[in-house]
Design a protein around this ligand. Structure first.
Ligand code: NDP
Length: 334
């Protein structure tokens, strides 16, 4: 006889976050007085986000121009200033008087380093918006530290890739007290959707799980196409059917045809950064997973792929690792 097991009593805090989802709307984006903005990290994502903020400063009434930009490799900030009308900060200290400091760095480790250096000099009352896909617990700790200096931190990881960063069509996942001051600034580069996920760290938690799902869908999509090709069905034909059927996903509709079958592997998101997100999802949030859970396998697969292809390879190359194992290459019909 089947006896259902009793639910376990979990040693976790009750969920207190809000589940409020807000579409960006003009009423929510009015801030009143213009603010100064400083941006840290002009990588694949930061470059486009900072450019949209510069456009908003030049054309709108939320930000006082120029947007200050700081990047570890100085030539990138010089190029950004020339191209988008931002102003290059010579040192992190040059950012200290900004009302908003926005960071977009690889991990929470780099964010902690810039917070450590800059926090003592920042104005009380300023707001730090962290667009890095970071670690929830590390972010809680940074927010506590910044609060002692009178600075509010919100985690604001984004989704939409470099193309979304360039067009401003990002989704932002907010953790923390997103009040009427932060919201109008975030809305300038996250025009697709802004979601209040809960307390500080909640945005980073949701982002890590989102990317775990992204990678999982890519891997299972790749595995399915490899199996079909071995059996004798063309990947293009298979996608044509699947994308009009119930097995489709963003990965079967976009990444597999555009990055894998084309052999371009140029989406613009590093494999090592995707592995970092999946590791956060499994190691920091995966207390409910057990040996039968599927998502931990995603981490294992990405680890093998990073070891094989290197940190900087495009994340879509995880499918190349699957191909090598199977001795099959997915490509377009000629
Ligand atoms: P990139 O590798 O393109 O850029 C990283 C940025 O961080 C660069 O500006 C780099 O400076 C800077 N940086 C690296 N190490 C340090 C350091 N030790 N100190 C100071 N600055 C440093 O990354 P992305 O822009 O792709 O990613 C940024 C964040 O956004 C990550 O958390 C990522 O997971 C997330 N993300 C990425 C997406 C994508 O599709 N690319 C999509 C959504 C989120 P330098 O120019 O000197 O190297």
């Amino acid at each position: 006889m089947y006896v259902p097991s009793l639910p376990r009593v979990l040693d976790v805090e009750p969920v207190v976050g809000r589940c409020i989802e807000r579409q960006t709307s003009p009423e929510l984006t009015k801030m009143g007085e213009r603010k100064t903005v400083a941006f840290i990290g002009l990588g694949a994502m930061g470059r486009g986000i900072a450019a949209n903020l510069a456009t908003a400063a030049a054309t709108g009434d939320e930000i006082t121009p120029p947007v200050l930009v700081w990047n570890r490799t100085v030539s990138k900030s010089d190029r950004h200033a020339a191209e988008f009308g931002t102003r290059r900060a010579r040192t992190l200290s040059d950012l200290s008087q900004a009302d908003f400091i926005i960071s977009c760095l690889p991990t929470s480790v780099e964010v902690a380093a810039v917070v450590e250096e800059l926090a003592p000099e920042l104005k009380s009352g300023s707001i730090w918006i962290d667009c890095t896909s970071g670690e929830p617990d590390a972010t809680k700790e940074l927010a506590r530290k910044l609060a002692t200096n009178g600075i509010t931190m919100v985690d604001c990881p984004v989704s939409g890739g470099p193309a979304g960063a360039k067009s401003g069509e990002l989704t932002a996942m907010i953790g923390g007290d997103i009040d009427n001051r932060a919201k109008p600034i975030i809305s300038l580069f996250a025009k697709k959707k802004v979601v209040d996920c809960g307390p500080v760290g909640a945005g980073h938690a949701v982002k890590a799980m989102n990317n775990c799902l992204n990678a999982a869908h890519l891997i299972i999509g790749g595995e399915a196409l490899i199996a079909l090709k071995r059996w004798g069905v063309s990947p293009e034909v298979a996608l044509c059917a699947i994308n009009a059927s119930s097995g489709r996903s963003l990965q079967t509709e976009e990444r597999l045809p555009k990055e894998v079958l084309s052999r371009e592997f140029d989406y613009g998101f590093k494999l090592g950064l995707m592995y970092k997100d999946v590791r956060i999802a499994i190691e920091n949030l995966g207390s409910s997973f057990d040996e039968n859970s599927l998502l931990p396998l995603v981490k294992k697969m990405l680890k093998a792929s990073v070891d094989e292809q290197g940190f900087d390879a495009d994340y879509t190359r995880v499918v190349e690792t699957l191909e090598r194992r199977a001795g099959v290459q997915l490509c377009k019909d000629v």
